[in-house]
Design a protein around this ligand. Sequence first.
Ligand SMILES: O=C(O)CCC(=O)C(=O)O
Length: 248
Amino acid sequence: MSIPLPGFEDVGPRRGSDGPGSGHGHRLKASAGPEGRVRRELAPGAVHVPGWLSPAEQRELVTACRGWARGPVPIRHTRLPRGGVMSVQTVCIGWHWQPYAYRRTADDVNGARVAEFPDWMVALGRRALVDAYQDTAAGDAYTPDTALINFYDGEAKLGMHQDKEERSSAPVVSLSIGDTCVFRFGNTETRTKPYTDIELVSGDLFVFGGPSRFVYHGVPKVYPGSGDPATGMSAGRLNITMRVTGLS
Ligand SMILES: O=C(O)CCC(=O)C(=O)O
């Protein structure tokens, strides 16, 4: 089955620059440019690590996600209980997230069991924690067992929400590939201000744990055409969030 996702079709690696295109200078920026983009703690437990994934890792992740987007549970726009449909398209591995619970089977899609969460992804999540928190022990106890893989076309947005269906307060590890977006990182009390807008660029890592684990966050904007097709994404943005469900 082909994937009905412009930009997420199998274009394969291309020759080109190793770095993603950088963004738009009208917001609170995480960086001044590729050379000035540095690890930054936005709030206790919330760390942005620009350019964390190598170009090769981004391509490998795009290939893996493309496979998961095909099945066993195809990527889809999630339907919300009140009838809304999310503009973001999502596929899950390990556990299937359906508003507002995790299940092994995708009962709101095709009833199939979701793909296994691979060991290499656990290792990637552990390495992300070590690098974000600059603590070699940080990854030891971290065993993510689910990932939500979101695809944003140029129009897609994600409203302010908390990741709170997990029965664990282990950190969320977020990886971005493709087009740059505005990522809105708020507070634990309300969907509204105060919040900080940063740009997440292809290859960036963002970790939120500890006191920031249940912060409201969202994606109000994607910049179409800002990504580098060398990642394997000819258009759009891919985001992977690894989590620990606390379920067995
Ligand atoms: O796309 C992003 O950067 C955030 C994704 C997210 O918040 C989620 O999947 O819950």
